[in-house]
Design a binder for this molecule. Structure first.
Ligand SMILES: *[C@@H]1O[C@H](CO)[C@@H](O)[C@H](O)[C@H]1NC(C)=O
Ligand SMILES: *[C@@H]1O[C@H](CO)[C@@H](O)[C@H](O)[C@H]1NC(C)=O
Length: 378
C-alpha cells in the first residue's frame, strides 16, 4: 500500500466513499486531513503567459488555462485584487456574493500529436473521473482537476495575495529524476484503466517523460508544486526560488508531512500541496500506422518538447480573503469537492466562464508547425 499508514488511522466515514478499490478511497474525511479536489473547465487556450512573459503576445508557446476570467497578457502583481468576475472551477470562492474578487489561474503546456506525415493536431482533454460524489468534474469542458492538500488544521500556511509560482522547466529534455514532480500515467484501458496508485507513484504506468507505448485509455499528466516557501517573497525572478521542496526532495502526493519531510531552513513555511491533474484524450491517436516509422512515440508539448521532461505548470494565486486558509484548517477536513466553508457552483456556470484568446491563430486544425515554433528544428 502506498499510503502513509499514519494518515489512515482514525479516519471517519462521514463523507461519501469513492469507488471501491480506488487509492483515494482510504482517504475519507475526518481527523483534519484536507484534500480539495475539484474540476476546472478551460477558460482559454492562448499563446500568452502573464507569469513568465508578462506583456508579451504572442509568448513563445501555447498554454491551456483554467480558473478566473482575469487571465490576461499581464496580471497585477501586488494585491491582485478584484479583477475576475467568474471562474471555471467548481469551488467558486464566493463568486456570487460580490464582484470584489480575484480568482486563481492555473496553466500548462498543451499536448499535440505529430502524425507520420509531419503535421500536428492538438490533443484535447477529457474530464477526469468522478470521486467523492463530485457533481462537477465529469461535466467540465477541457481544463483539468486541481488539488490542494494539507495534513491537518494549522499545518499549512495558505498562499498570500500576489503569490505566484512555476514548477518544471520547459527547456528540459532529459530525466532529472523528478518523476515525483511531473509525470505521465499511461491508462491501460477505458475508464481510467490502471488508476490504482497515487499520482507518479506507479512504477510501471507512471513515467517522467511521455509513455513510449500506446495508452488505450488516454494519458494523464500530474504536476506537483513545491510545498515549502521562504515566507517572504510572493514571487522571484525565476518564479521558483521563493519555494522549495522538502529536504528529501519532492514530496509524494499527500505527503506534506509524512514522507515529505521537513522544509529546509531557507524555506521554512509549509504551504498546501498544489497539484494539477490533466487527462489527455489520446485515444483517437493510437493508430500505429500514423506513429513515427522508427517506433518512437508521437506526442509533443506545445514547447516543442517530444520527451515530456519539460512538462511544467504555472500558478497565480487568487482565492478570496482567507477562504483557502479556512478550508485547509477545517476541523474535520475537506475531501474532494465537499468543503463546508467553501461555496461551489454548477457546471453550467463554470462552463460559461471564458475569456477570448488574445493571440488569434490556428488552434485545432492539422498544422504544419506548432504555434510559435515555425522553422524550429524539432
Ligand atoms: C486584457 O488587458 C488589456 C490591456 O492590456 C485590456 O484592454 C483588456 O480588457 C484585458 N482583458 C480582460 C479580459 O481583462
Ligand atoms: C497527415 O496525417 C493525418 C493523420 O493521418 C491526416 O489526417 C492529415 O490529413 C494528413 N495531412 C496531410 C497534409 O497529408
Amino acid at each position: 500500500m502506498l499510503l502513509p499508514t499514519l494518515l489512515l488511522a482514525g479516519l471517519a466515514q462521514a463523507l461519501p466513499k469513492a469507488e471501491p478499490g480506488h487509492y483515494l478511497e482510504t482517504r475519507q474525511g475526518g481527523s483534519g486531513f484536507t484534500m480539495l479536489r475539484f474540476g476546472c473547465s478551460q477558460v482559454v487556450i492562448d499563446r500568452i503567459d502573464p507569469l513568465v512573459n508578462p506583456g508579451q503576445a504572442p509568448s513563445p508557446h501555447m498554454h491551456q488555462v483554467v480558473g478566473g476570467n482575469a487571465f490576461n497578457v499581464s496580471m497585477a502583481t501586488t494585491d491582485v485584487s478584484k479583477l475576475a468576475s467568474c471562474t471555471t472551477c467548481s469551488y467558486s470562492e464566493d463568486v456570487s456574493s460580490t464582484s470584489d474578487i480575484y480568482l486563481s489561474n492555473y496553466w500548462t503546456a498543451n499536448v499535440y500529436f505529430k502524425a507520420r506525415n509531419g503535421t500536428y493536431k492538438r490533443v484535447p482533454q477529457m474530464p477526469n473521473r468522478d470521486l467523492f460524489q463530485d457533481k462537477y468534474t465529469a461535466k467540465t469542458k477541457g481544463g483539468f482537476v486541481v488539488y490542494y492538500v494539507s495534513p491537518g488544521k494549522g499545518k499549512t500556511t495558505a498562499f498570500k495575495p500576489g503569490f505566484r509560482m512555476l514548477v518544471g522547466d520547459p527547456t528540459n529534455r532529459v530525466s532529472k529524476n523528478m518523476k515525483m514532480q511531473t509525470c505521465f500515467r499511461c491508462y491501460t484501458g477505458p475508464n481510467y484503466g490502471g488508476d490504482n496508485a497515487a499520482p507518479c507513484a506507479d512504477a510501471k504506468l507512471d513515467t517522467e517523460g511521455f509513455p513510449k507505448t500506446t495508452c488505450p485509455g488516454g494519458i494523464r499528466s500530474n504536476v506537483l508544486y513545491p510545498t515549502c516557501w521562504d515566507g517572504v517573497n510572493l514571487d522571484s525572478p525565476d518564479h521558483k526560488s521563493h519555494v522549495a521542496y522538502p529536504k528529501g526532495g519532492p514530496a509524494s502526493f499527500s505527503g506534506t508531512t509524512i514522507g515529505g519531510g521537513d522544509c529546509p531552513s531557507t524555506h521554512p513555511v509549509k504551504i498546501p500541496q498544489l497539484m494539477l491533474e490533466i487527462v489527455w484524450d489520446t485515444r483517437n491517436f493510437n493508430n500505429k500506422a500514423d506513429w513515427p516509422a522508427d517506433g518512437s512515440q508521437p506526442f509533443v508539448l506545445s514547447t516543442g518538447d517530444p520527451t515530456g521532461y519539460g512538462q511544467h505548470g504555472d500558478y497565480v494565486f487568487g482565492w478570496k480573503d482567507q477562504s483557502l486558509q479556512k478550508a485547509m484548517d477545517e476541523a474535520k477536513g475537506c475531501m474532494g469537492s465537499l468543503c463546508t466553508s467553501l461555496k461551489t457552483q454548477e457546471p453550467t456556470a463554470g462552463n460559461a466562464c471564458a475569456v477570448k484568446a488574445v493571440v488569434k491563430e490556428e488552434q485545432d486544425g492539422w498544422m504544419k508547425d506548432l504555434p510559435g515554433m515555425e522553422g524550429m528544428p524539432m
